[in-house]
Design a protein around this ligand. Structure first.
Ligand code: DP6
Length: 359
């Protein structure tokens, strides 16, 4: 990706600081399976969230030597040595595109709007926030940079940290992965869904039921790797790409019944891949299945448009149109809360992506 290699600075910046807030996202068509360097085996699409986000400030101070990458990471006020290896790997992957990171000592201060131990993946919001701060430094060095280039390169960098992070720069609907039916799509970075969406999807609601706050038994990265030599891998990649074409049409025509059946099938197909990996593993919990059954009963009895999706964990994302919020709030409180760990759930909705915070 030659276009993302830094071409040299116009300005000499001794010291600067940037703070960005970037959101989490929830995939409707899932990314599961990748090749080196973080390239997806199929295209995916997600809703960008609004309330679940990471806020990260990076202080950049020019240093004397430029032969190593130096940084410190503070998470929610405390120094976090255990986060360092993942971020060091990230810097290692992006150094070719952002060689100026050798010139600065970086101190990273990060916090999440959601509890760290809620089972909500923070790699997407975390990595995309760092990518935006780095790109903001690049803009200081080269003030003529266009906003569109800044966001595209930020998505490209974020992808090298965590695949799904590429989809957290913009919103409310983002596609990552080359797909013939999605104009401008790329394996290298994510793009905003390029077509006009039906108004029923405006401010689409996502209520996350926290079923399990614990560390997952199998990380996403490990799960992706198990798609190599998976007996159903090729079929799955084809299914996901076919589903992306279908959901593109649905998002434009507003057919909620089709939306529900596609999104739920995607979630269950993702978990079917886990169940049939070698070694196999299960990330759903009994309460995940109880909630799913409750949703199906409720939908049948109330002619509702609520549906669920899952990421690589036990928590359930309830998706529904804004117009049904009142009824669904009541349903959650009366029937679903009892399945949530410590009655914990987070109500969110689609958002517009990364935001600069003036500190
Ligand atoms: C199930 O982006 O967390 O949430 O690229 O290894 O960091 P890495 O994986 P990650 O995988 C996300 C998997 C998923 C589906 C999705 O978000 O599309």
């Amino acid at each position: 990706m030659l276009e993302f290699i830094f071409q040299g600075a116009c300005n000499d910046i001794k010291k600067t600081s940037h703070k960005w807030q970037t959101p989490s996202n929830i995939a409707l068509v899932k990314y599961w399976g990748k090749t080196h360097p973080q390239l997806p085996k199929n295209a995916s699409i997600s809703f960008t969230l609004n309330n679940c986000n990471t806020r990260t400030r990076i202080d950049f101070n020019k240093k004397q030597n430029n032969n190593s990458i130096e940084f410190e990471i503070f998470f929610e006020g405390k120094i976090k040595e255990e986060f360092k290896p993942k971020i060091a790997d990230f810097f290692d992957r992006i150094k070719k595109y952002c060689p100026y990171i050798y010139d600065y000592r970086m101190v990273i201060y990060s916090e999440n709007s959601f509890p760290h131990s809620s089972g909500i993946a923070s790699s997407a919001s975390g990595m995309s926030a760092i990518a935006m701060c780095i790109m903001n430094l690049e803009k200081d060095l080269n003030p003529n940079m266009k906003d569109s280039y800044l966001k595209q390169k930020a998505s490209f960098l974020a992808r090298l940290g965590s695949g799904s992070a590429s989809r957290s720069i913009e919103g409310p609907l983002v596609v990552w992965g080359k797909h013939l039916d999605i104009a401008g799509s790329s394996d290298n970075y994510a793009i905003k869904f390029p077509y006009k969406t039906h108004p029923v999807f405006d401010n689409y609601q996502d209520c996350i039921l926290i079923v399990d706050k614990g560390e997952k038994d199998v990380s996403s990265t490990l799960g992706h790797n198990l798609m190599h030599n998976h007996p159903f891998a090729e079929q799955r990649f084809k299914q996901a790409n076919d589903n992306l074409k279908k959901i593109s049409d649905i998002l434009q025509n507003g057919n909620l019944k089709e939306f529900i059946s596609l999104v739920e099938s995607e979630a269950l197909s993702l978990h079917a891949m886990m169940l049939t990996s070698n070694p196999y593993f299960v990330l759903m919990k009994p309460k995940t299945l109880e909630i799913i059954n409750k949703i199906w009963n409720y939908r049948r009895e109330n002619d509702s448009n609520i549906c669920f999706t899952l990421d690589a964990g036990a928590n359930v994302h309830l998706l529904y149109p804004l117009s049904e919020k009142k009824e669904v709030d009541f349903f959650i409180k009366s029937e679903l809360l009892k399945f949530c760990q410590k009655n914990h759930y987070i109500c969110d909705y689609t958002g517009s992506g990364s935001k600069k915070i003036n500190s």
